[in-house]
Write a protein that binds this ligand. Structure first.
Ligand SMILES: C[S@@+](CC[C@H](N)C(=O)[O-])C[C@H]1O[C@@H](n2cnc3c(N)ncnc32)[C@H](O)[C@@H]1O
Length: 246
């Protein structure tokens, strides 16, 4: 099933959030630990310099939170209108409980992150939301980027998956650090009974693709599923970090 054949307007953003991010899964905690370590090393102590993008954000704010210490601006791009609405509602600075606090707590004491006093307010101040397909991203526009579970979670077509990864990397300027996450071996996923497509990615298939992409210093990390059996439908989560060469 190709990306343009999917009923993205039926994507239930609140249900997707509930299924995946109502609490911190051990796999996400591992990804957050690795990605924050990479970004601290890649971006250094200077804060507020980067124009960041999170592509296909859906109802997941933790990739943007990972980039927050260095971002003077974070653009959230999305294609599905329910996700755009969810982002508008959930990125506003509001009083009361913040569902993303447990995610932020995992990085709050780390170098660079500890300088961000009020992450919810800061995210509200620096973000912008744009309706944009991954295939229409403007080239060479941002200098820090994330793309979590998007290229592999929007089509079953391998060529289209690879083209989406290229488009994400092409939207970043040469030298930009990036973080990308994928579901290993995903057979697709359901959100409130509606099926969405996936490409079956493996560490080996990703490494073969990376060898062909304009990136340097890339590494692929696989979550340790001995902690807990992952939920049915995929084998592990994979984090890819590196720099765009252009
Ligand atoms: C598996 S979800 C991942 C969402 C989120 N990034 C996360 O980490 O959970 C796949 C996302 O891809 C988005 N998407 C689908 N087609 C897209 C397109 N052509 N361009 C950009 N995003 C797209 C969907 O709206 C959905 O939010």
């Amino acid at each position: 099933m190709r990306n343009d054949a999917v009923a993205w307007s039926d994507f239930d953003a609140g249900e997707y959030w509930k299924n995946n991010y109502a609490s911190v899964l051990p796999e996400d905690a591992e990804i957050i630990q690795w990605a924050s370590k990479f970004l601290i090393e890649a971006c250094g102590q200077r804060s507020g310099l980067k124009k960041a993008v999170d592509v296909g954000a859906g109802s997941n704010l933790y990739p943007a939170l990972l980039m927050l210490p260095w971002a003077e601006q974070i653009v959230f791009t999305e294609y599905a209108s329910p996700n755009i609405r969810w982002l508008r509602e959930n990125l506003a600075d509001a009083p009361g409980e913040w569902h993303w606090q447990p995610f932020w707590d995992l990085v709050a004491a780390l170098p660079c992150y500890r300088t961000v006093g009020q992450p919810r307010r800061r995210l509200a101040a620096v973000h912008e939301i744009r309706r944009l397909s991954i295939f229409d991203l403007p080239p060479c526009t941002w200098n820090l980027g994330s793309m979590f579970f998007v290229a592999d979670g929007m089509t079953t077509d391998v060529a289209e998956f690879e083209s989406a990864v290229r488009s994400f990397l092409g939207a970043l300027m040469p030298g930009s650090p990036f973080i990308m996450a994928f579901m290993e071996g995903s057979s697709g996923y359901a959100v409130r009974g509606v099926r969405f497509p996936a490409v079956r990615v493996t560490p080996r298939s990703l490494e073969a693709l990376l060898a062909d992409l304009p990136v340097t210093g890339a590494s692929v990390l696989r979550t340790d599923n001995s902690i807990r059996r992952v939920r049915p439908g995929y084998d592990a989560m994979l984090l890819v970090t590196g720099f765009v060469t252009g």
